[in-house]
Design a protein around this ligand. Structure first.
Ligand SMILES: [Zn+2]
Length: 252
């Protein structure tokens, strides 16, 4: 990872978390010139859905690594650390080791803010929950003066309603047990251009694009409602809320 201090660090579990979970936040910051880094714990090799056409299951890790590279370019990420913990087995992996590796990256990159998964894992994914806990621990282990602000990705009621509505419209069984949080205190609102840019990054993750997301393209208003809003929870920060430019408070 290239070292450029004072940026933003995302700690995620799977290739595509960075885009589907926080693509707008990343774009908002990279477009403002804030160096933004990503740690991704797994190659996402458990996410086989028969896509893209002609792909073979055993090639999925390689496919997803390439998709992540493309999405990282679309989001203008400064650096990506792709680790090879087992997809679906992060919680059973060496907790101490992963926490230390996150801590090391924080020590090298010196981000002003770290964004990770919260204890709900967005929709309860055990890898998300585990990575979120390791990230909290790594940030907590930094010495006071070096400790970055910490935010969690969250789902609030409007976002949960978007998913329910999107599934209903596209005739999809709702398989996402989203847990709407009431204590969301930071919401990034994307403009139409930013939503388009986020969609371009989403399109890079071809192996993971569910049919309902493709069907949703016919519903621009709903897309804006769902993809154009990203809720976060401030866990610890010295500068709460968003700046005038819509960046996290740390980036004035
Ligand atoms: Zn994930």
């Amino acid at each position: 990872m290239e070292e450029q201090k004072g940026g933003l660090l995302l700690v995620m579990a799977h290739p595509d978390d960075e885009t589907f979970g926080a693509g707008g936040l990343v774009l908002r910051h990279t477009r403002a010139g804030v160096p933004t880094y990503l740690i991704c714990a797994t190659y996402g090799e458990a996410g086989w859905s028969g896509k893209p056409p002609g792909a073979k299951k055993e090639d999925l890790p390689e496919i997803r690594a390439r998709e992540l590279e493309e999405a990282a370019a679309a989001l203008a990420l400064t650096g990506v650390e792709l680790w090879d913990y087992p997809d679906g087995g992060v919680a059973q992996s060496d907790r101490k080791q992963i926490t230390e590796r996150i801590w090391e990256q924080i020590s090298r990159v010196h981000p002003r803010a770290v964004v990770g998964w919260g204890p709900d894992g967005g929709y309860g994914h055990p890898d998300h929950i585990a990575m979120g806990a390791y990230t909290d621990a790594a940030v907590g282990a930094m010495t006071e003066g070096d400790r970055p602000a910490l935010y969690h990705i969250a789902v609030d009621r409007p976002l949960a309603e978007f998913y329910a509505e999107a599934m209903r419209l596209t005739g999809t069984a709702n398989g996402l047990p989203l847990q709407a949080q009431d204590n969301v205190d930071v919401v990034i609102e994307l403009d139409a251009d930013e939503v388009m840019m986020k969609l371009r990054a989403m399109d890079c993750h071809r192996s993971q694009l569910e049919d309902w997301r493709i069907a949703l393209r016919d519903h621009p208003r709903l897309m804006q409602q769902g993809y154009g809003r990203e809720p976060y929870i401030t866990v610890s920060s010295r500068a709460t809320g968003l700046t005038e430019k819509g960046l996290l408070g740390e980036f004035v």
